[in-house]
Design a protein around this ligand. Structure first.
Ligand SMILES: [Zn+2]
Ligand SMILES: [Zn+2]
Ligand SMILES: [Zn+2]
Length: 263
């Protein structure tokens, strides 16, 4: 069995759709002085084989990129077209401009339909100015594909009734906004080192995992380490962290993790 590739994870944001602090809220999480309670919208960078993969383009992409000095994006892996995962798409023009090249983008058919309807100008030919994002969209399903020598595995998931995608590279998987995982997709999540997993809030939600459901799935997937993401302000970093089992931790903006040893 060949060794898994080294994958570096940079967590850009672990917030839910509204971010934390929530606008107008004065709850303990929203007024916490701890930066780990400040959550921008959910997104992450996976680096493998010299390639930088950006997962989703939420409305905080610009600030996240500045904060983490993100200088290059080689491909975007989209999970689904909700505003908190898509609406920062216009800021991709900076990376197209820097690289003077169209940016390869991967997602499922639902994703492509929404980008075509809501941001059609991102799918046009580049102009000499490179003043708009120029995206080269590839529709994918459940089959793994190669990108510049890196194997990328889409993970079909359900987000309520929506078919969406999680992503796996090497032994790292990123599953946000998920309410159910099929047996076929669970089989694609074997042997994980790091699992980033949706954990919206305490109470059940029709299109997300609650804390109890998230822990249940974490146990079933049994990654070496599970990192909870996409949390609302109802979940305070320390309070939640104290009651998690071994091998599960609360994610935070700027968190960095490494899986595998390379080659
Ligand atoms: Zn979301
Ligand atoms: Zn609050
Ligand atoms: Zn969503």
């Amino acid at each position: 069995m060949s060794a898994a590739p080294r994958v570096e994870v940079l967590v850009l944001g672990v917030g839910s759709s509204g971010g934390t602090p929530a606008l107008g809220c004065t709850c303990p999480t929203c007024t916490s002085p701890d930066p780990r309670n400040v959550r921008t919208r959910a997104s992450a960078v996976l680096r493998a084989g010299g390639q930088t993969f950006l997962i989703d383009t939420g409305p905080d992409l610009r600030q996240q990129s500045l904060r983490e000095q993100l200088l290059r994006v080689d491909a975007v892996l989209y999970t689904h077209p909700h505003a908190d995962h898509l609406n920062g798409i216009d800021d991709l023009r900076a990376f197209c401009w820097l690289q003077k090249a169209p940016l390869p983008v991967f997602g499922n058919r639902l994703m492509f339909t929404h980008i075509r309807e809501r941001f059609p100008y991102t799918l046009l030919q580049p102009t000499a100015m490179w003043d708009k994002p120029v995206l080269d969209f590839t529709e994918v399903h459940a089959e793994p594909f190669e990108f510049a020598g890196v194997t990328v595995q889409p993970i079909p998931l359900l987000h309520g009734k929506w078919p969406i995608l999680g992503w796996r590279i090497g032994n790292v998987a990123y599953l946000t906004d998920v309410s159910d995982i099929s047996d076929e997709s669970l089989a694609l999540l074997q042997g994980l080192d790091i699992l980033l997993l949706d954990c919206l809030r305490e109470r059940p939600h029709p299109t997300h995992l609650s804390v109890a459901q998230s822990l249940e799935w974490a146990g079933r997937v049994a990654a070496r380490q599970t990192v909870l993401i996409h949390m609302t302000h109802e979940l305070e970093y320390h309070e939640l962290g104290r009651r998690l089992p071994e091998g599960v931790c609360v994610g935070f903006d700027g968190m960095q993790l490494v899986s595998g040893s390379g080659e």
